[in-house]
Design a protein around this ligand. Structure first.
Ligand SMILES: C[S@@+](CC[C@H](N)C(=O)[O-])C[C@H]1O[C@@H](n2cnc3c(N)ncnc32)[C@H](O)[C@@H]1O
Length: 267
């Protein structure tokens, strides 16, 4: 059963809308973290909230055994399709439909990644604790947890109450070009720390008309101290937080924090 339904219609165009993201550079950063914080490179990895599988497939192409987990059937369908079409892959990832607050794996993994503010989608009290406890449970002793989160600065100063329109083109099933527009209105409430994203997607049909689909997503703004305390409670050793893939220290106007934490276990 779907655990997250905020990525229904948007799943088909998600990669187009995020085309500027450099998952190669992001995976280089993960591998630099493996070199820095693990005695040997991990073999089996979990990409949590994998979405359309951009990072899952990037790491699979680098030779890691990959599990991709997500709560949206639509996003996982896109991931599986991309995996089937990827000729560079020697070993296809295992994709599973799981809620990141209560997921189950067959065994432990050497590292867990969770990319692109997926953890900000945990909006309920206790959700972050539940997710971190699961991640800790399924990590090998001293296994690595690599994740990012949007900063309070981004919620306040960048998202705020702004609206955006993204325009692009893609091919339909017959290979014909079609236009897509995604309107995106934000509403950030500094009291509740919740940010609503009202998304309207317009996809061109073969006859030139457009079909509209609407979706509402919610992200929660977490303070650094809340994230750090949740890691402590789950049994993680906090290894660092950075502003970019060069391990630069975060500043006042940093929009995304990149975290590394190690699962401490009594073995
Ligand atoms: C911004 S997307 C990021 C996807 C992917 N990590 C990437 O880098 O493109 C957030 C993802 O979190 C997933 N998600 C949100 N809440 C979830 C939950 N409770 N359990 C599992 N996945 C969830 C969504 O389905 C979506 O695929």
């Amino acid at each position: 059963m779907t655990a997250y339904d905020g990525y229904g219609a948007i799943a088909r165009v998600y990669d187009k809308l995020n085309a500027e993201l450099d998952y190669g550079a992001w995976a280089d950063f993960f591998e630099a973290c493996f070199d820095r914080f693990l005695p040997t490179r991990p073999v089996l990895l979990l990409d949590l909230a994998c979405g359309t599988g951009k990072m899952t497939l990037e790491l699979a192409r680098r030779g890691y055994d990959m599990i991709g987990a997500d709560g949206s059937e639509e996003m996982l369908c896109e991931a599986m399709l991309a995996s089937d079409l990827d000729e560079e892959l020697e070993k296809r990832p295992l994709f599973i439909l799981q809620d990141m607050r209560a997921f189950e794996l067959y065994g432990t993994v050497g590292a867990v990644s969770c990319c692109l503010d997926s953890l900000n989608y945990l909006t309920g009290n206790g959700d972050l604790d539940a997710c971190f406890a699961c991640v800790h449970n399924y990590l090998d002793p001293d296994g690595l947890f690599l994740f990012d989160m949007n900063t309070p600065y981004r919620f306040r100063e960048v998202y705020g109450d702004r609206a955006y329109v993204l325009e692009d083109e893609m091919e339909d099933e017959q290979g014909n070009k079609k236009e897509i527009y995604c309107g995106w209105q934000n509403a950030y409430d500094s009291q509740t720390k919740l940010c609503q994203f009202y998304l309207s997607l317009f996809e061109q049909n073969a006859d030139g008309s457009f079909t509209r689909a609407d979706e509402v997503q919610t992200e929660r703004c977490y303070e650094f101290s809340e994230i750090k305390a949740a890691l402590d409670r789950a049994g993680f050793e906090f290894l660092g937080v950075w502003a970019n893939f060069d391990f630069a220290a975060p500043e006042e106007n940093t929009e995304r924090w990149y975290f590394a934490a190690r699962a401490k276990k009594n073995t």
